[in-house]
Design a protein around this ligand. Structure first.
Ligand code: GCW
Length: 831
């Protein structure tokens, strides 16, 4: 049977970002030539939902890229064709194909061959998922303009576990989600319309992700009740055709909360029976459930410590319920005491994961996996690799990477995370003396110690924003996670270039510019937030976004940088500190034990040093702090300039939305720069040798302007407002601040620094005399109702003509409870 399917003209659709890297834009003739001839028909051997997804994807992708129709069939036609099927089915027809046993599960073979006298392009999988991944791989090659006329290539994943986690709550909110509400839940239920979930499953499959945990690790016990399980099953049904298996996060106290027991002691037989009953119920509804994720004894979550039991006891009681079904339990290694005594210099949160889990090595069942965050603290801008990776030899492990940019700019800042992840994945833990090297990527995949299961977990938190993650460029992180989980040796540049080409097309200037912005973005973010390993220096108590340097000190959360008048850094050495360096294999630990051998970028993670300590770079620590903040903020400003050169080379919608975010980022980088530099100037009492920090020519503080109804307010923390103060306006009022310009006549940029709180949408207007120059609404959602480092926002009005004695006036009409707070204006020459 041959059916003709019309190609969907993707190019006619608006570029909203929804299609992400799967746009399948029609290929320009030069690219088509490079690709070579591709059959215009697909023959599918076998039939199943996953196989049909593979076939339909080729019809859709090829049809769109080649602007032609693709025929489909189920037996070899008399013309050349793309032959799709599992190796078992393909090999009798194409003897050149490898035997199934030669490939790992989910692996595939792409080859060109002859079958019954016809040229065939073969996409053959070790299993059905492998066929699907092969189909996506073929389409990606074509979309990238690679020659597919001669292929003979095997691909297999680095690890069996390539999962995403979602921190979605059943009410539709997402913990640490920055792109709208949940695509899965609303109002305590699974949503009726799951089309977003279906399309998300497709994106995941296209980069080889094979599992999805749907709810927050801070789990609601109700997810595994009889009333809820059928709803979960609906999600599983939608993901199944994409080879993505569902899993759930559970509450460890469920036996007591929903099971009618008076205990959740993992060694109590009634508790074991409860878990068996619930797991069996899950598998009845979702036969291919991936497993269960558990956060216990962490950040207020109940766990085995309530009964003096171990994490292994807790994991195993659930592992045993899962084992008959082939399910896996992921036990999170993110266990620490957030009530720790900060006065004790020996206390150290970084030690927690190892201290908790290393003694239990070998005590976990074969289907339990310890899921370890990539660094020992919590997704900071720079951390060393967690020593726990090298310490579990008889226990399965997986690395947890965070795609959602919780501490890294929350998708309002561009921050391409692949280079950061690779720094950890490539780090040699030297865990064995025999093998040449034991990079983290081989430890987590199970390769080093021959573990049966292991791999990669990415906390994704996509939301209902059309472009999934809020920032179009943030999608490079979701894509990059999948690419690395499949093959962690892929270079960051390759991933960035491929993603850019697929997302924005083949124009060389676009590819070069976007790729380089991506590659420069994490270093820039590190420079203007927290360099030298001191942590992100953000408000760690609540929002985790803007600067909040002291929030990490003098409390139990343990993210201390220990800055004082003389110096900064956490002493984690064996000799004089917390002894954290002893958690590494001695060769590795020795490197971190002395300042001489610790790399500059991690110096303050391992050592407390005076501000005058000289780095390997030859600079003092304090001068490095000042300089890096100026450099990083300048780089953020340059991203805007670089992006602007792509005007008209990218569709309007994505061009404009990325530009708006980059401009915002450049403004917020200045907030970071000034907050941190001012704070260290004050604390260290050491001037910036370059005379930049603390001096702001062209800046006019709101409190020094003539004002109507605006009132002075101290800002907390002080370093997040220029001169520690802002002007605020009462709700319902219109307030204004005026400045008489006295400089030379000319054209200037006027930056208005204001606070965009989340409890209203106030209107700001800039006037010269009575003339409105520009008006805008402060409707951002930066997680705070107060003037501070999260809400401080810069709006730059360009090309303002000014003559001496002109009056500049900022006026705000407040909305809701927002205070319309104003920090300063800054006048600079227009470039
Ligand atoms: O980084 C912290 C986050 C919490 C999160 C926790 C975890 C889901 O701030 O929001 O809780 O990590 O990973 O469990």
């Amino acid at each position: 049977m041959v059916a003709l399917v019309a190609a969907i003209p993707m190019s006619a659709q608006a570029e909203t970002g929804y299609d992400a890297w799967l746009r399948y834009a029609p290929l320009p003739p030069t690219v088509l030539t490079r690709v070579g001839s591709v059959p215009r028909s697909v023959t599918l051997l076998g039939d199943s939902p996953v196989l049909r997804s593979a076939r339909d994807e080729i019809v859709r992708g090829l049809g769109s890229m080649h602007a032609s129709t693709i025929a489909t069939g189920t037996s070899l036609p008399r013309t050349s064709t793309i032959l799709l099927g599992t190796l078992d089915r393909v090999r009798p027809v194409v003897p050149a194909a490898p035997a199934a046993a030669e490939l790992a599960p989910d692996g595939f073979w792409l080859g060109t061959a002859t079958a019954r006298g016809q040229a065939v392009l073969v996409v053959a999988g070790r299993n059905e998922r492998g066929v699907l991944y092969g189909a996506f791989a073929l389409l990606q090659r074509i979309a990238l303009g690679e020659d597919v006329s001669r292929l003979n290539e095997r691909q297999e994943p680095a690890a069996p576990i390539r999962w995403v986690n979602h921190w979605d709550n059943l009410d539709g909110t997402i913990e640490r989600g920055y792109a709208g509400r949940s695509i899965f839940f609303e109002n305590g239920r699974v949503q009726e319309d799951l089309s977003r979930v279906r399309d998300y499953g497709r994106l995941l499959a296209s980069v080889g992700v094979n599992g999805l945990t749907v709810n927050n690790v801070n789990a609601n016990a109700l997810v595994i009740t009889d009333g809820f399980i059928p709803q979960l099953a609906r999600i599983a049904d939608v993901l199944r055709p994409w080879g993505v298996s569902l899993s759930v996060s559970i509450d460890f106290s469920s036996p007591r909360r929903i099971g009618g027991l008076d205990t959740f002691d993992p060694l109590d037989a009634r508790v074991a029976a409860f878990w068996k009953d619930r797991v069996d119920a899950l598998y009845r509804a979702i036969p291919d459930l991936g497993g269960i994720v558990l956060k216990a004894d962490s950040e207020g979550r109940l766990g085995p410590s309530a009964y003096n039991r171990t994490h292994a006891d807790a994991a195993n009681v659930i592992a045993r319920a899962l084992a008959p079904h082939g399910g896996v339990i992921f036990y999170r290694g993110f266990v620490y005491d957030n009530l720790m005594d900060w006065r004790d210099p020996k206390n150290d949160r970084a030690r927690a994961a190892y201290d908790n889990f290393h003694p239990l090595d070998g005590k976990f069942d074969a289907n339990a996996v310890v899921q370890i965050k990539h660094g020992p603290i919590d997704f900071q801008v720079r951390e060393p690799a967690s020593p726990l990776f090298g310490a579990l030899r008889n226990t399965n492990q997986a690395i947890e990477l965070q795609i959602t940019q919780e501490y890294l700019g929350q998708q309002r800042h561009v921050c391409f995370l692949v280079p950061m992840w690779k720094a950890v994945l490539d780090f040699d833990m030297q865990a064995t003396s025999t093998s040449p090297g034991t990079p983290v990527r081989d430890l987590v995949s199970g390769r080093t110690f021959n573990r049966p299961v292991g791999g990669f977990v990415g906390v994704s938190n996509v939301g209902r924003d059309t472009n999934w993650l809020g920032h179009d460029l943030a999608m490079a992180n979701l894509y990059g996670f999948g690419r690395l989980a499949w093959n962690p040796t892929t270079s960051a540049r390759t991933i960035a270039t491929d993603w850019t080409t697929l997302t924005f097309g083949h124009d060389p200037q676009v590819v070069e510019t976007v790729t380089s912005i991506l590659l420069d973005s994490w270093p820039a973010y590190e420079r203007y937030t927290g360099p030298l390993g001191a942590g992100t220096l953000t408000d760690i108590i609540r929002v985790h976004y803007g600067p909040g340097i002291e929030s990490s000190e003098r409390n139990g959360w343990g993210q201390w940088h220990r800055a004082n008048g003389q110096g900064i850094g956490m002493d984690r050495t064996i000799a004089t500190g917390t002894g954290f360096t002893a958690q590494y294999i001695p060769l590795v630990g020795a490197q971190y034990e002395s300042t001489a051998s610790t790399p500059d970028e991690l110096l303050l993670f391992f050592h407390h040093v005076p501000y005058t300590h000289v780095l390997h770079s030859g600079k003092t620590v304090i001068q490095h702090i000042y300089d890096s903040h100026y450099q990083g903020a300048q780089e953020a400003a340059d991203f805007v300039k670089r992006w602007r050169r792509l005007d008209r080379l990218i569709d309007r919608q994505r061009y404009a939305s990325v530009l708006a975010r980059l401009e915002y980022q450049a403004g917020h980088a200045v907030v970071w720069r000034d907050a941190i530099n001012n704070w260290f100037l004050w604390l260290s009492d050491i001037a910036d040798a370059n005379g930049l920090a603390g001096r702001f020519p062209g800046r006019i503080e709101a409190e020094s302007m003539a004002r109507e109804r605006y009132a002075n307010t101290p800002v907390v923390p002080w370093e997040t407002a220029s001169a520690g103060q802002a002007m605020t306006c009462e709700p319902g009022e219109t307030c204004s601040a005026r400045h008489r310009y006295q400089g030379p006549a000319g054209t200037f940029d006027v930056a208005v620094q204001f606070f965009d709180e989340n409890d209203g949408a106030s209107r700001f207007t800039l006037f010269t005399g009575d003339r409105v120059i520009e008006s805008w609404v402060a409707d951002g959602e930066f997680g705070s109702p107060s003037p501070n480092g999260h809400t401080s926002t810069r709006h730059t009005v360009r090309g303002v003509r000014l003559s001496p004695d002109d009056e500049l006036r900022v006026q705000v009409t407040t909305d809701g409870m927002e205070s319309g707070a104003l920090d300063y204006i800054e006048i600079t020459a227009s470039p």
